[in-house]
Design a binder for this molecule. Structure first.
Ligand SMILES: Cc1ncc(COP(=O)(O)O)c(C=O)c1O
Length: 383
């Protein structure tokens, strides 16, 4: 490590601040009040939902390598999530993270320009930087309810813009563009001759289903959807994600890139993902109910602490980005909270965000206990 720089000269990419933070704390605390995933399913409960075909696939599964594009039945199930995609438009990957790594590597390099919303999930812009592309961060501002600024986005386009990346519902703010804004982003990318990657890992967690946007893959051959089992489907441990795109040549290049990462997905995980997607009404219903219940709990929390906490209420997803009272330092507050109560928040500084914000997660079943600990800490901080 180069002292004081946070930069390890042996790495070709900057450290992933958020993941390093989770590596330190995730399994050391009692309550993760900043997790972005929904409480994971128990294996036995999931298997209870297998239909006869999937149950047989599970029982007879051979633990060899799997097909690099993904199990054909799984690709078919993923394609059925979309209005226009076919199984050939789907590349299964090991988590959304591998999708970001592979797609950005095959799409951009030195001389290319990439625009990414920020604050955001670091790999969405860091991988492009590591590939040698010039990255422009499109800043989302609290005063604008974290919305994408269409005029600013248009002005950020250059003749070299190769890729635009958005994430909706958004990590960490819970922002969800309205339909006109989404359509405008799709059109701006088309006019620029750029690809648009839509990170849809929180799709299906819109608080009002009427706000669900069309999927990226259904919005044009230049638009790519990124999906995963980790968030709305509540199965992060499967490490199954996917890219969906009507640009088959692009997907073929992603597949070839994968020869250098994971080669193929985990065989058991593919079958478990197939079972979950076939039972998606039940799987998503559980997540949506948990999120709705927890958001009501947080609404009450914000009402009880109007001077200390405020937020732009998310419109979807399982996370939000509230702000702590200005005279309390968020890093010190989070450190005291984890020490006293074993409750983990994620300070906005981990996103490189200068405000006094923190990420709060509302997809877990222990939210009530975690919120009680947070409130005890607020009382102590007021003294
Ligand atoms: C916006 C976003 N994209 C991608 C990912 C990566 O998902 P996974 O860990 O399932 O690969 C995450 C995880 O937090 C995320 O929040």
């Amino acid at each position: 490590m180069l002292e004081g720089t946070g930069h390890d000269a042996s790495m070709r990419i900057a450290e992933f601040e958020l993941e390093r933070y989770f590596a330190r704390w995730e399994f050391a605390v009692r309550h993760l009040l900043c997790a972005s995933d929904v409480e994971g399913w128990a294996m036995g409960e999931l298997l209870d939902h297998a239909d006869d075909e999937a149950a047989a696939l599970w029982h007879d599964l051979r633990l060899g390598y799997t097909e690099t594009p993904g199990h054909p039945l799984l690709r078919r199930e993923i394609a059925s999530l979309y209005a226009t995609a076919t199984p050939d438009d789907v590349q299964v990957l090991s988590g959304a993270e591998e999708g970001i790594l592979a797609l950005v590597n095959v799409l951009v390099g030195p001389g290319d320009h990439v625009i990414v919303t920020w604050p955001g999930y670091q790999s969405l812009y860091e991988v492009a930087r590591a590939c040698g592309a010039e990255v422009t961060l499109h800043e989302l501002r609290e005063a604008a309810a974290w919305a994408i600024d269409i005029d600013v986005l248009r002005a950020q386009i250059t003749p070299r813009t190769r890729l635009i990346v958005i994430n909706a519902p958004h990590n960490p703010t819970g922002m969800l563009p309205d339909r006109p804004a989404f359509d405008a982003v799709v059109a701006i990318a088309a006019e620029a001759g750029a690809y648009l990657l839509v990170d849809e890992v929180y799709r299906y967690l819109e608080f009002d289903a009427a706000d669900r946007l069309p999927a990226g893959v259904d919005s044009g051959s230049h638009v790519i959807s990124l999906g995963v089992m980790s968030k709305s489907f509540a199965m992060a441990g499967l490490r199954i994600g996917w890219l969906a795109s009507r640009d088959r040549a692009l997907l073929a290049r992603v597949s070839a890139f994968r020869d250098y990462t994971t080669i193929c997905a985990s065989a058991p995980s593919e079958i478990l993902a197939l079972i979950a997607l076939r039972a998606r009404d039940i799987v998503l219903g559980r997540s949506q109910a948990l999120v709705a219940r927890n958001v009501a709990t947080l609404d009450a929390l914000f009402e009880r602490w109007p001077g200390a906490l405020s937020w732009v209420r998310p419109r979807g997803g399982s996370i939000g980005f509230p702000r702590l009272r200005a005279d309390l330092d968020i890093d010190a507050f989070a450190a005291d909270l984890v020490e006293a109560e074993g409750v983990l928040l994620l300070p906005g500084t981990r996103f490189g965000h200068p405000g006094n914000h923190f990420r709060i997660g509302f997809g877990r079943t222990d939210l009530d206990e975690a919120v009680a600990g947070l409130e005890r800490q607020l009382v102590r901080a007021e003294r």
